[in-house]
Design a protein around this ligand. Structure first.
Ligand SMILES: *Cc1c(COP(=O)(O)O)cnc(C)c1O
Length: 432
């Protein structure tokens, strides 16, 4: 299968090229040229297909030109090697996506992409190293560092705003070493992104190193996210659940929700998706008929969703006709005050510790007023509460127990670089 540029459907590349390039030359996103259907009989619990088999069937059409079935199966095994539990919270289920190595759902996309790049590098027998350059406001950095750790001939440089990320986030980026370099930038996340963009248009730099990005718009980060939607559907049907399923996704750049909607288009019969955002609510206003008008990004408690111009929304618009989208996708947004109230409510009523992103997804379901006899609401918990400990501990007046995965990092030496301008970044990249 080929992937086309969303602003020029005649420009097509293979999966491999789309992964390496990240964006099309015209800076728009890649999109698969067709949406393969999953055989409905395979989704029937009586077919006794394993999740591994289903995962392989769902993803193989996208990558078949560039890897063998065995290669894809190996990558899937390395990507989804942790639990994806569905935990009852009142009438709903919380789909916990944070049991991976860096305690956030981004582990899945980051690891899948890292394995793909490593494989392509090996197959091409390239002698030049590939350098992955990524800017992060926090969560992406850890997932990318972990996902790419030890991938041969791939060097990773992560730029983050100095002093502006949490201690846990810094631990997850600075304690790996080997092929991972974390660099604190004097400035904001926007400054980090500007430096990354400048590197990508620097032809002199690109003639000397193979530079690629691990941004969330990369198809190799986007596509594997469909697997947990598939898994959720599969395990609920196996457990005899027959109600209609409504899924609520805490959305920032809309990659996660868009992957779920792709799963729907491939034949997983979800009834509806709720995309729940914080006050950065461009999509809510758009679906409400107020036009697409991104406003300056406002900082919130659910800061992994502080995005005012979500890149993946164009992919959602490509998947659906406008009227169909109005039916299938409900968008809503909630303030920090509502988020805190929800965290308190969920804890008080159900003894469940939600963090700000999951709490917003929970509120998204509350908005739907579901008929629990016929409908089952599932909200996605995208991070472990420890990653947003300050907000959660303050709201609940509790101390969250630190997971072992984090405590283990505290004994390791932190190593980070520092830079404040483009020339310094360029020198660093050339010396990888
Ligand atoms: C990145 C992130 C999100 C937003 O996901 P998108 O795919 O960008 O919509 C939500 N929650 C957490 C914890 C995240 O790290």
């Amino acid at each position: 299968m080929k992937f086309y540029s969303l602003s020029n459907p005649d420009y097509k590349v293979s999966f491999r090229e789309a992964v390496i390039e990240g964006l099309a030359p015209d800076r728009s996103l890649y999109f698969p040229e067709r949406i393969p259907k999953i055989d409905p009989s395979h989704l029937d619990p009586n077919s006794h297909r394993s999740f591994e088999d289903l995962s392989y069937e769902a993803l193989y059409p996208f990558v078949s030109d560039d890897m063998s079935p065995e290669e894809l199966k190996t990558i899937i095994q390395k990507t989804v090697h942790f639990e994806l539990p569905l935990v009852p919270v009142g009438d709903y289920l919380s789909l916990e996506l944070f049991h991976g190595p860096t305690l956030a759902f981004k582990d899945i996309g980051a690891r899948f992409m890292a394995e793909c790049l490593g494989l392509f590098h090996k197959k091409d027998q390239k002698t030049k190293k590939t350098v992955v350059l990524v800017a992060t406001s926090g969560d992406t950095g850890g997932a990318v560092a972990n996902g790419f750790l030890g991938v041969e001939n791939v060097e990773v440089v992560i730029l983050y705003p100095d002093q502006k990320i949490s201690d846990v986030q810094e631990l997850q980026m600075t304690t790996f070493h080997r092929n991972i370099k974390a660099v604190a930038v004097q400035g904001t996340f926007d400054d980090c992104q500007r430096l990354v963009k400048q590197a990508f248009v620097d032809t002199e730099l690109k003639s000397q190193i193979d530079l690629t990005s691990a941004n969330s718009i990369n198809v190799a980060r986007w596509l594997p996210q469909m697997l947990y939607y598939l898994k959720t559907f599969h395990s609920l049907r196996e457990a005899g659940e027959k109600r209609d399923l409504i899924v609520s996704v805490p959305s920032g750049n809309f990659g996660n929700s868009c992957a779920g909607m792709l799963a729907y288009k491939m034949g997983i019969p979800f009834k509806r998706f709720v995309t729940a955002t914080n006050t950065n609510n461009t999509v809510v206003r758009y679906l409400d008929g107020q036009g697409y008008n991104p406003q300056p990004t406002v900082p919130t408690l659910s800061n992994a969703m502080d995005v005012s111009d979500p890149s993946n929304f164009v992919r959602i618009q490509e998947l659906f006709e406008p009227e169909e989208l109005q039916q299938f996708m409900h968008a809503c947004s909630f303030s920090d005050t509502q988020t805190i109230e929800a965290i308190k409510h969920i804890y008080k009523e159900y003894r469940y510790t939600a963090e700000p992103h999951g709490a917003i997804a929970y509120l998204g379901l509350e908005n739907e007023r579901l008929n629990s006899e016929k409908e089952l609401g599932i909200f996605l918990e995208t991070a472990h509460p420890i990653k947003f400990a300050a907000a959660v501990e303050k709201a609940l007046e509790i101390k969250i127990e630190e997971p072992k995965a984090i405590t283990a990092l505290r004994d390791k030496k932190r190593k980070k670089g520092a830079l404040s301008n483009y020339q310094e970044l360029k020198t660093l990249l050339l010396n990888q």
